[in-house]
Design a protein around this ligand. Sequence first.
Ligand code: FES
Ligand code: FES
Length: 164
Amino acid sequence: MAEVRHPISLTVNGVVHEVAVPARRLLSDCLRHDLGLTGTHVGCEHGVCGCCTVLLDGEPARSCLTFAVTADGHEITTVEGLAGPDGTPSPVQKAFSECHALQCGFCTPGFLCTVTALLRDTPAPTDDEVLEGISGNLCRCTGYQNIVKAVHRAAELTAEESAS
Ligand code: FES
Ligand code: FES
């Protein structure tokens, strides 16, 4: 018997996508395979590593733990949507590059989404707040020091941007 597909509408990075998905299609698979947005990475597929983190209505969410059908009618931001319309990297993206906060980069899309929401809610975080904020994202390469530096640098860049 053919698999039943459900029509859903997802607004991803400001663009409305109408897709038909099986009930158990993961949001991560929908983004990567149905919409071609492969910037969202999938590591553990068990909600542990945070690689697949996207913003769902502005809040970090693990797309490997979210069924695409449950995101019907919602707004999603993936790493592809963080830069400006002209491709200018966001303050968080700039800071990660400037502070060498990545090596292999596999974890990076998840960190960028998590940190974007963290700084929106806590514009000048302490070290403890940064560590708490990124505690759901695992990185096997960097040892985290440069990621923490990048979060503070992103906070500075964001403050500079809003002052200018
Ligand atoms: S792939 Fe989703 S948390 Fe690891
Ligand atoms: S940069 Fe390789 S896992 Fe984080």
